[in-house]
Write a protein of this length. Structure first.
Length: 206
């Protein structure tokens, strides 16, 4: 079965999205439905992965949802492009490391199409840029694997309000900042979602 592509034009609540992914995982495992890539945006929300620490939440009044993805605390909201997926690793040699590399390469290749150089970091998951001699995070990655099916996804800051990150220690990293694409290069990113999908599918097929 071909990978289904889903795009949401209106913001999707975090819980609604995760419930959908969990349900699709079961359906894929039962061979009832195909794998899926889903592009969307969330309303303002902070999510805490399985390895987060309470001291990474600087503002205790934030709307925080504990989730079963890997990683620590991050922010989602308007101006951020999120790519969720449910991908069957049983079809791909059950290789989690290779799948993580596919995601990293997808983001790096996509940003390169916008003349933005980015890179991964072995010590700090995510995709980073060197902007004005400062290393800043541009994309966050959070994956969970169940029954050899990978789900959750990654997010790219396009034109997000970076002040929202001041309420947390993003991904538990104190010494590096966060940026968005519009600050790095002010250009049209309307085709970002399509480029992500094209690169992701191409990388999954290699």
């Amino acid at each position: 079965m071909k990978i289904e592509i889903k795009k949401s034009t209106k913001p999707v609540e975090y819980k609604e999205a995760i419930d959908f992914l969990e349900k699709r995982l079961v359906q894929i495992n039962q061979k009832k439905l195909s794998e899926i890539i889903w592009i969307l945006e969330h309303p303002n929300i902070y999510t805490a992965g399985t390895s987060y620490n309470e001291n990474e939440i600087l503002d205790k009044s934030i709307n925080l949802v504990k989730t079963n993805r890997g990683g620590k605390v991050t922010y989602h909201g308007p101006g951020q492009t999120i790519c969720y997926f449910v991908i069957d690793l049983k079809k791909r040699n059950k290789d989690i490391r290779k799948f993580t590399k596919i995601i990293e390469n997808t983001i790096i290749q996509t940003l390169k199409e916008y003349k933005i150089n980015s890179f991964n970091d072995c010590d700090n998951i995510g995709i980073w840029i060197n902007h004005k001699n400062k290393i800043k995070k541009i994309a966050a990655i959070g994956i969970r694997v169940r029954k050899w099916i990978a789900y959750h996804g990654f997010s790219i800051n396009v034109n997000s309000n970076l002040e929202n990150y001041n309420k947390i220690i993003p991904c538990g990293i104190k010494d590096k900042g966060v940026s968005n694409l519009k600050l790095i290069k002010d250009q049209n990113y309307d085709q970002l979602s399509n480029k992500i999908i094209n690169n992701f599918i191409k990388n999954l097929e290699t």
